[in-house]
Design a protein around this ligand. Structure first.
Ligand SMILES: NC(=O)c1ccc[n+]([C@@H]2O[C@H](COP(=O)([O-])OP(=O)(O)OC[C@H]3O[C@@H](n4cnc5c(N)ncnc54)[C@H](O)[C@@H]3O)[C@@H](O)[C@H]2O)c1
Length: 362
């Protein structure tokens, strides 16, 4: 049957590892729609789920054994969308097999394993991109360019990521039907048993990556945390290496609608960004005020499918040897350091923690 999808002449042949939530809702459809990707293979140990996804997305090959997918010479790159604890071991396997890797966020669960993965990928000369998809939000991309070109000296960053108590009412409506299977491979134990760690990894990674995207590296962090009933809230002071100061708010979940965004102050202008729940596929609405012209700019930013856009960016880098436009391994590690520094600062009564000093995992 014909479809309306248009593909470029040269496409990256991709194998997707995992047929769970993120791959069903983002990466399988993302590969199918991406202008420069061919869905070569998919892999999941859960055979019933694999068959279901194969029936919908029609890859050339299907595998229940990841090693066999990595041995397939037609697979140029893998997209890894599996539990956090499996990220680094499976990414290392792919790198060893000479495949380029797109790895879901967070990069891993400890700094040491992430550093090692980065080193091996460098030695093997393969591309390693981390799935911090907000870097492909067209609104934020516009604001970043504006910041670099118009805002003069940037002094201040305020970022907030507040999940909503109404999240599932919204996502059940806008996401596709999500299939699951008793045969899915899950990490040992229950990652949700310690909720503060779980929320930091799952949600905090987005908050920090957006801050890093705009402001560059973070030098040190001091954090406070409060928890009442189902509300977990962190307020995080950060000092950026540039000399700018920042404050970040991570809250899961507020008794309100989804509340995410940032404000950036510079001597030549100001950015305000309102970001939506990702499953609405809407670009952030940004207002960029330019002091020199006394005008505020708000781009239309029509293409809100940042999950597809991040895969296209990944494929562009490999096919055309273009620099990475998403989060590099370095960025992924900086996010990990920031998450662990936040956790340690809270444990130590709000002490300032330098990111270069943190080690271990979450
Ligand atoms: N970027 C985002 O907005 C976003 C949103 C949701 C989830 N995520 C990330 O995506 C990742 C996956 O989350 P999920 O909820 O989709 O997980 P999931 O547990 O629903 O699905 C993972 C699937 O991978 C399969 N699998 C795991 N290891 C395998 C192996 N070695 N071989 C074959 N199959 C294997 C499992 O059987 C399962 O079906 C997490 O790291 C999460 O943080 C990112």
């Amino acid at each position: 049957m014909k479809s309306n999808v248009k593909k470029e002449e040269r496409c990256l042949k991709v194998g997707v590892l995992g047929c769970g939530v993120i791959c069903q809702a983002a990466h399988l459809i993302g590969c199918s729609k991406a202008r420069n990707i061919h869905l070569q293979a998919i892999c999941d140990v859960a055979e019933d789920l694999l068959d279901k996804m194969a029936a919908i997305y029609e890859p050339d090959s299907i595998y229940t054994d990841y090693a066999k997918m990595l041995a397939d010479p037609n697979v140029d790159a893998v997209i890894i969308g599996i539990g956090d604890q499996f990220h680094v071991p499976c990414a290392k396997q792919a790198v060893e097999a000479g495949k380029h890797v797109f790895l879901e966020k967070p990069m891993g669960v400890s700094i040491e394993e992430c550093e090692e993965l980065k080193k091996i990928a460098g030695e093997k000369g393969v591309m390693l991109q981390i799935g911090h998809m907000k870097r492909y939000d067209e609104g934020l991309q516009y604001a970043k360019k504006f910041k670099e070109e118009k805002m003069g000296e940037v002094t201040t960053y305020k970022g907030w990521y507040c999940d909503s108590v109404g999240r599932y009412t919204l996502t059940d409506n806008v996401m596709p039907i999500l299939y699951s299977s008793g045969a899915m491979k899950k990490p040992e134990g229950n990652p949700k048993a310690v909720l503060d760690r779980y929320y930091l990894l799952g949600h905090g990674s987005h908050l920090f990556d957006t801050a890093l995207y705009f402001m560059g590296s973070i030098d040190s962090i001091a954090a406070r945390y409060v928890h009442r009933e189902k509300l977990h809230s962190w307020l995080i002071d950060c000092n950026f290496t540039s000399g700018a100061i920042g404050t970040l708010d991570l809250t899961v979940a507020i008794a309100q609608k989804w509340h995410e965004g940032c404000e950036i102050y510079g001597t030549g202008g100001t950015v305000y960004a309102k970001t939506f729940n990702p499953w609405e596929f809407r670009s952030s609405v940004v207002e960029c005020y330019d002091k020199r012209s006394d005008i505020s700019f708000t781009p239309a930013a029509y293409d809100g499918q940042f999950y597809r856009r991040e895969l296209e960016g990944f494929a562009d880098s490999i096919l055309n040897h273009a620099p990475c436009t998403g989060a590099t391994a370095e960025d992924g590690i900086m996010v990990m350091r920031a998450l662990i520094a936040t956790y340690q600062s809270v444990q130590q009564g709000g002490r300032t923690v330098r990111l270069s000093d943190v080690e271990g995992g979450l």
